[in-house]
Design a protein around this ligand. Structure first.
Ligand code: DAH
Length: 340
């Protein structure tokens, strides 16, 4: 029995030493130490031996089992070391290669323009206030001198939430909210930037867009103030060579009303596609605040006067950067956005 164990030990050792890789080593382990392995079988057969022999053979085969386990583990480790060595030699890391750039975000062109517009009016002494995007019908229309049956409502096809509640179609409702808050203090000199919503959707209209509203109320604010401030504004945003003109217009919340045009920023006024060969581009609506609107805000139209204006931020951004499709602002295409 002793001889058989010794013989078994030698065979196992030889096989382990000769093993070519981890897989064949696994097979060898099964062959000797597995559930039906040669050493395992001897241990299982111990119960049939007489007591004296049982102890001696038991001890010897347990020792053999431990030795073989150690030998196999050492051989596994050898293979692992070889593999590591091979990879360290083969995989070369070039630490002088440039790193992967971390993409930095850019500011959205609409926000850039919005901020530029705000800064110009801050420079004129205006303050910035905001109003709610979900607005009462009262502020959006009624208080601005647009009663329920007024045809001007059709120009601003609206998203209604209930009969009294809608997504604001312009930033003008902020005028009355601000007046209510300021009254009876003077002057009121504010701008209201923000999102507005209308049922429109094509290359030049988006159901959501941005406006900046302006309101200046005081004891002697005149149409000359309106012209002066808006002209200065146009020069700051489009350059000092720009010319402006005012055309009579109609808005229910102003009287008189005017639209302001600037000389075409593409052709300088000689006529091109952008200005439809007129040489002029309309950029905002304005006028002297209607007495009924002043009353809505709590002011006495006999005591105070004011002017107001409203402009579309997208339109100004398109003119400023020469962008011909409004939808580019909202497509979230990085090739477009990262240019600003
Ligand atoms: N709210 C108008 C619109 O969205 C723009 C406007 C015109 C605003 C004249 C004004 C104004 O404050 O005086 O079309």
């Amino acid at each position: 029995m002793h001889n058989r164990l010794q013989q078994l030990g030698r065979t196992a050792e030889e096989k382990v030493r000769a093993a070519a890789d981890a897989d064949s080593l696994k097979d060898i382990r099964v062959e000797f130490l597995g559930r039906k392995g040669q050493i395992t079988s001897i241990l299982r057969g111990l119960k049939d031996l007489d007591p004296v022999e049982r102890t001696a053979v038991g001890q010897a085969s347990n020792r053999l089992k431990d030795d073989l386990e150690q030998l196999i583990e050492a051989k596994f480790q050898e293979f692992r070391d070889q593999e590591l060595e091979r990879r360290l030699m083969q995989e070369k890391i070039d630490v002088t290669l440039p790193g992967k750039p971390v993409l930095a975000g850019t500011r959205h062109p609409l926000h850039l323009v919005m901020e530029e517009l705000e800064n110009i009016f801050l420079g004129f002494g205006f303050q910035i206030v905001e109003g709610p995007e979900v607005e009462l019908d009262y502020y959006n229309f009624e208080a601005l001198n647009v009663p329920a049956d007024h045809p001007a409502r059709d120009m601003q096809d609206s998203f209604y939430i209930t009969n009294e509640l809608l997504l604001r179609t312009h930033t003008s409702p902020g005028q009355v909210r601000v007046m209510e808050e300021y009254c009876p203090n003077l002057p009121v000199k504010i701008i209201i930037p923000g999102k507005v919503y209308r049922r429109d959707d094509d290359a030049t209209h988006s159901p959501m867009f941005h406006q900046i509203e302006g309101l200046y109320i005081g004891e002697r604010v005149t149409f000359a103030d309106l012209k002066g401030i808006l002209m200065r504004f146009a020069q700051q945003i489009f350059g000092s060579e720009v010319k402006v003109r005012f055309r009579p217009s109609y808005f229910p919340f102003t009287e008189p009303s005017a639209e302001m045009d600037v000389s075409c920023v593409m052709c300088g006024g000689s006529g091109c596609r952008t200005c439809s060969d007129t040489g002029w581009l309309e950029i905002l609506g304005s006028g002297m605040v209607h007495p009924n609107v002043l009353k809505s805000g709590g002011y006495d139209p006999e005591q105070v006067t004011g002017f107001a204006f409203g402009m579309g931020v997208e339109r100004i951004a398109m003119l400023k950067y020469g962008i011909n499709d409004l939808r580019l602002f909202f497509d979230n295409d990085l090739r477009f956005l990262s240019q600003f």
